[in-house]
Design a protein around this ligand. Structure first.
Ligand code: ADP
Length: 799
């Protein structure tokens, strides 16, 4: 495993070739993040460690200090059964633990070895790792004269095993913790309970911020000490390997900062061929950086516990002692560990309790927003209705990107700024596969430097995408709040010193108050707020899905009834034509057989005219039904050809010398049915000429590229991504109230014979043809000035 470290540790890493030992190589560390903290090669010398072979409990490795602790030199133990130290009864107990208890990576108390001459009583714990057993011997908590070890303030061990009533203490401590109703109150109580239990001088609840720097969130300390509450410490003070350790183990005792280290003999385990993994050892050797750091702080003993939330390291319970060594024996340590575990479990619940009223209010508004969104105005009404997106959220502004535009409420960045921020956010969420989650920051400009320009309104951003493509996005904003952060020493002070092995990293020496004013930050977002936004997001997405399903159902119904209508139109027009022909023939015959008088003659002529008109109406209907029923013949078509054909077909109508039809730029190639698209153009062109009373009639055929089209707010939203074709005229125009009407079958806005007459089927057929291509048609018009008919052919873009 050491080989892996090679690229990072470079030339100051002699242990790449030899196994690592803090005693030998600890001063060569140039980067704390590469220190092999799990395999330090050494233990803290107040105890002893034996590594045993599982099959016969023979000693594979022993810490070099076994003479002082166990009364035997390492080489007297190596290769021998552990019974030499723990007697046969002890070995039997160890075998039974290995056989029956969950000792893998989980130290289990085995027994307490009674005091023997100058050697005090020893607590013995056992765990297995990498296929070997690790047996730790630690003072059971009594004075150990002559061994260089110090007294613990924990209860003395009478006889074989100390048995103070930690249980009832813990029970009371947990009950007291339960009464807290704020996270701060809870952490404060926790610090007090741990101090009471451990007897250490200072207990801090140390909270990690998102950038891994720490803050003393709660504290209990001896009255004569300066409080460090509220102080911040840079991330380097607790390097990553150390933080990682606390996601695996709960507690880290360092009873004597100035204590000796004892190296393992041999350094590499002869059975596994690897250095021993001490992750779970209470005796694990302490890195030089860490001891120097604590020494610089004036600390003489330390005990640290993990505070986790949902398996993440939320913070630490960091305890310092200033008046000499302080050994916290196994049982007392277990009690502290148990408190840390309870606190970790309770942590989230307490914060939830603290924010219960806020959570409830957020949820209530979520539900109201949802019912607003479900109504007519859709999502957009969440910004202008009551309640709005700002409803319960402690934010100063909110924005929603929906239907290609921004809807804003309260204090927000400008639309242009939102545009850029939205694009950045969607790209970021995609790049870290977070499209299903919520983005929150209280220092936007750290992630997004351009955000500095609008820090006054949006230093804090909480955002949630409502669709994968980022087509819909919700955001909340908080303004910049300037504040002062008190650092325990200058966080930018990263000293290096020249050591015996060249330049080496040393910890900070100064912990003097260093005040820094912080800019470009808002108050941070709370977990309840993140939860509420995630929940609103899910609810809206569900609503959108339900809507889409309902729409799909409606579309299917519509398609069915359209088909039925098409076949009805066909049957009706086809069958009606026959009797109509009969009527016409009959009327014609009667005319031939000289009508009785002029009145009768006029009536017969009227009848013949009506049947002819009805015949043309039936022809239109028949044609319309064919358009709906016949398959399209799709091919790649040059629209310029189609346009030229269409002009030719309407040719006679342009021969008046007053009409000019043009295409300002070359039309594209599209995948379509050439004949049908020509019919669309013919219909639109002939209308453009027909409904035009100007002396110079001007008709323009053109298109708007997909990209440009998506920016046109007047275009329907679902034409997004498609090329839009148009036919524009300078004709009589159409009042907007008729926009929907004119696409209806046989609907004309004029007298039967005005503007050259017509059946009123042309635009209905145009719409059908366009829809058959998967597109849509709409118009823009100003009465008296002209009309523009626009359409898409989405088949063209899909291929
Ligand atoms: P028709 O031309 O046979 O009446 P259409 O369906 O083509 O039937 O058109 C329906 C109605 O829409 C027309 O009667 C006319 O009143 C109006 N209309 C169509 N195109 C235009 C146009 N370019 N300018 C003004 N009015 C138009």
């Amino acid at each position: 495993m050491h080989k892996n470290l090679m690229p990072e540790v470079g030339r100051f890493a002699p242990w790449v070739e030899q196994p690592y030992s803090i005693k030998r190589h600890g001063l060569t560390i140039t980067n704390c993040d590469t220190e092999p903290v799990r395999t330090p090669g050494c233990i803290q010398a107040h105890g002893a460690l034996l590594v045993l072979r599982l099959s016969d409990l023979s000693v594979l490795q022993a810490s070099e200090n076994t003479q002082a602790i166990l009364g035997h030199k390492p080489h007297e133990l190596l290769g021998h059964c552990v019974a030499a130290v723990v007697k046969n009864a002890g070995a039997t107990r160890l075998r039974s633990i290995l056989a029956t208890e969950p000792s893998d990576r989980n130290p289990i108390y085995a027994f307490t070895l009674p005091a023997d001459g100058p050697i005090g009583a020893l607590d013995v714990t056992l765990h297995t790792i990498d296929g070997v057993a690790l047996l730790e011997f630690e003072p059971a908590g009594r004075t150990q004269p002559g061994t260089g070890m110090h007294t613990g303030t924990g209860p003395a061990a009478p006889g074989l095993r100390p048995n103070p009533d930690y249980y009832s203490f813990i029970k009371k401590a947990v009950a007291r913790l339960q009464t807290a109703d704020t996270l701060l109150g809870f952490c404060q109580r926790l610090a007090e309970e741990v101090r009471l239990l451990s007897g250490l001088d200072r207990v801090m609840v140390y909270k990690f911020h998102a950038d891994n720097h720490g803050e003393v969130f709660a504290e209990s300390c001896r009255n004569d000490l300066d409080p460090w509450l509220g102080m911040h410490y840079p991330a380097e003070d607790i390097p990553k390997p150390a933080r990682d350790m606390f996601t695996k183990t709960w507690i880290r005792p360092v009873p004597d900062i100035d204590g000796e280290l004892a190296e393992m003999v041999p350094l590499v385990n002869p059975y596994t061929g690897k250095p021993v993994d001490m992750t779970f050892c209470a005796l694990r050797g302490v890195s030089v950086m860490y001891t120097e750091y604590l020494q610089n702080m004036g600390v003489s003993a330390g005990l640290t516990m993990a505070l986790r939330r949902d398996n993440d390291l939320w913070g630490l319970i960091a305890c310092h002692h200033y008046s000499g060594a302080h050994h916290v024996p196994y049982e007392l340590r277990s009690a502290c560990e148990f408190l840390a575990q309870v606190a970790s479990l309770q942590h989230r619940a307490i914060e939830d309790r603290e924010n219960a009223a806020y959570r409830l209010r957020l949820e209530e508004v979520n539900q109201q927003l949802l019912s607003v969104a479900a109504q007519e105005g859709g999502l957009a009404s969440m910004t202008d209705g009551e309640p709005s997106l700002l409803g319960a959220m402690h934010a100063s502004g909110a924005a929603l990107f929906h239907r290609d535009r921004w809807w804003r409420v309260g204090q927000t960045p400008t639309e242009l700024q939102l545009e850029a921020l939205g694009a950045w956010l969607v790209a970021r969420l995609e790049s870290v596969s977070m499209v299903n989650s919520v983005y929150a920051t209280h220092a936007l400009s750290a992630d997004y430097p351009a955000g500095a320009a609008f820090a006054d309104v949006a230093s804090g951003v909480l955002a949630a995408p409502l669709s994968r493509s980022g087509q819909n996005l919700m955001m909340w904003f908080r303004p910049e709040v300037q504040k002062t952060v008190n650092w325990g020493g200058n966080p930018r002070d990263k000293p290096k010193a020249i050591g015996p092995h060249g330049p080496r990293l040393t910890p900070r020496r100064s912990f003097e108050l260093f005040s820094e004013s912080v800019h470009l930050q808002s108050t941070p977002w709370l977990t309840v707020e993140l939860d509420a936004v995630a929940r609103l997001r899910t609810l809206i997405m569900e609503l959108v899905i339900v809507r889409a399903e309902r729409l799909a159902g409606l579309n299917a119904d519509l398609a069915r009834s359209n088909e039925e209508l098409d076949s009805f139109a066909y049957v009706a027009s086809h069958d009606l034509k026959e009797p109509l022909r009969g009527i016409y023939k009959y009327a014609h015959q009667m005319m031939e057989a000289t009508p009785a008088n002029e009145d009768e003659k006029r009536k017969l002529e009227g009848l013949m005219r009506l049947t002819l008109r009805m015949d043309s109406l039936l022809d239109s209907l028949l044609h319309f039904s064919r358009v709906g029923r016949e398959e399209l013949t799709l091919e790649n078509v040059d629209l310029n050809d189609v346009f030229a054909d269409a002009i030719e077909m309407v040719g006679s109508r342009t021969d008046d010398g007053r009409t000019q039809i043009s295409a300002p730029r070359t039309l594209p190639w599209v995948m379509c049915d050439r004949v049908r698209v020509r019919e669309v153009l013919v219909n639109l062109l002939s209308n453009a000429i027909k409904y035009n009373d100007k002396d110079s009639k001007y008709v323009e055929v053109g298109y708007v590229g997909a990209q440009e089209a998506s920016l046109r707010s007047t275009f329907p939203a679902d034409t997004d991504g498609h090329t839009v074709y148009y036919v524009r005229d300078n004709g009589i125009g159409i009042a907007s109230r008729h926009f929907g009407q004119i696409f209806k079958m046989f609907k004309r806005l004029h007298g039967r014979e005005d503007f050259g007459g017509g059946t009123g089927a042309g635009l209905t057929i145009v719409r059908k043809l366009v829809e058959r291509h998967g597109g849509q048609v709409w118009l823009e018009s100003i009465t008296g000035e002209g009309s523009t008919f626009l359409f898409t052919l989405s088949v063209a873009d899909d291929t």
